[in-house]
Write a protein that binds this ligand. Structure first.
Ligand SMILES: C[S@@+](CC[C@H](N)C(=O)[O-])C[C@H]1O[C@@H](n2cnc3c(N)ncnc32)[C@H](O)[C@@H]1O
Ligand code: SF4
Length: 363
């Protein structure tokens, strides 16, 4: 049951709150919340079936943050500068009554009175059925993961024989109800789905959908990562540009605080993005914080340990205490794991040390 744990803060908030900046000068603007660690897919690069069998000890629902706890936490983050919230997982659409959480989060406003943007990342399997109710609850945009247009490849990669057509249908419904612009994330693995780069680009040109190609990362305890499996953004971009010429929207670099380097098709076919987490890690501009489904705060996807927020969320000491804890934690942040790991990987080529599983901390 979702109970209100804190007194709600006064409706009027001061319009000038000191910006929360970490030791490397990075402001805190984005919050990613994993609402569930379970998933109905077994993507080979994220939750391979051999490591995540049906009896895998996922979190019991009693250990997940409740909607009231998530709202309290999000409210505190928003007061510190967060203006974008992304709901993720595991598969977030498996969390029951997710619309109720979105409704709560969509009511949050920044200290200067602006709405907070609420987005969601999903594998798309349940999107067609839920897109309208999510939009009605206040969701603005969705990102859908889709690694191939070819059913054989897609089904091998998602590990549960889920068909491409259903994900494509989910994307269409999301567009139709206005969860736009829909973004599609494709994780590219050499020899697995790199043949699908150009077909996916072709498919989504002139549709308003923004395809984003993501370099395969060594996250979350998947043992099989090697740099030799990575298709760099540079390679993916060259493949697409050979067929559909591209123009950079940001001198080939991610626009401030964005993860993707954005390009547009020269012929007006729309936009495509490249996320170079391995070949060009972008820690210097990272404004994101992540909270796992069991309430741990991570300032990096590659962190090994998180700050447990649950004691703060369960003690009725008011949002003020929580806020100063979060502020101090961010201000002490000096991590740049991705860049450091990148340098280490250049030396050895293989995974160097363990990380938290992606489905718990949220991708
Ligand atoms: C962990 S998933 C959670 C949300 C949802 N289940 C989905 O698949 O969109 C979030 C994103 O992380 C990406 N991801 C997972 N494992 C990855 C890896 N090893 N390298 C790069 N991206 C990965 C997924 O492709 C997805 O776009
Ligand atoms: S990438 Fe998303 S859909 Fe695939 S296993 Fe991970 S959480 Fe599930």
């Amino acid at each position: 049951m979702n109970t209100i744990l804190y007194p709600q803060p006064a409706l009027r908030q001061p319009s000038h709150i000191e910006p929360c900046v970490d030791m490397l000068g990075r402001p805190l603007t984005d919050l990613r919340i994993s609402v569930i660690d379970q998933c109905n897919f077994r993507c080979t690069y994220c939750m391979p079936a051999e490591l995540y069998p049906s009896d895998y000890p996922f979190l019991p629902s009693s250990e997940r943050l409740s909607f009231a706890q998530i709202e309290t936490m999000a409210r505190a983050f928003v007061r510190l500068g967060v203006n974008k919230i992304r709901i993720t997982g595991g598969e977030p659409l498996l969390r029951k009554n997710l619309e109720q959480l979105i409704e709560r989060l969509a009511k949050l406003t920044t200290p200067d009175g602006r709405a907070v943007s609420i987005a969601l990342t999903t594998n798309g399997s349940l999107l067609a059925a839920k897109a309208r109710s999510l939009r009605d609850a206040g969701l603005e945009r969705v990102t859908v993961s889709l690694d191939s247009l070819d059913n054989g490849i897609f089904q091998r990669m998602n590990g549960v024989d889920f068909p491409v057509e259903k994900v494509l249908h989910g994307i269409e419904v999301a567009q139709a109800v206005g969860l736009t612009p829909v973004k599609v994330n494709m994780v590219v693995q050499k020899g697995v789905n790199d043949s699908q780069i150009v077909p996916l680009a072709r498919h989504f040109r002139h549709t308003g959908v923004i395809l984003r190609l993501i370099e395969f990362m060594d996250v979350g305890g998947i043992g099989a990562w090697s740099r030799t499996h990575v298709v760099t953004s540079e390679t993916a971009r060259a493949l697409i540009a050979a067929e559909f010429p591209l123009v950079s929207l940001g001198e080939g670099k991610p626009v401030s605080h964005e993860t993707a380097s954005r390009y547009r098709y020269l012929d007006g076919g729309g936009e495509v993005g490249f996320i170079s987490s391995v070949s060009q890690p972008f820690c210097g501009d990272c404004s994101r914080v992540r909270v796992s489904s069991d309430g741990k705060l991570f300032t990096c996807l590659f962190a090994q340990d998180g700050l447990d927020l649950r004691p703060r969320l369960d003690l009725a000491q008011g949002a003020q205490g929580l806020e100063s804890l979060l502020r101090q934690h961010w201000q002490r942040r000096g991590d740049r794991y991705s860049e450091v790991r990148g340098a280490l990987a250049q030396l050895g080529g293989r995974k160097q040390y363990p990380t938290v599983r992606m489905s718990l901390v949220g991708g």
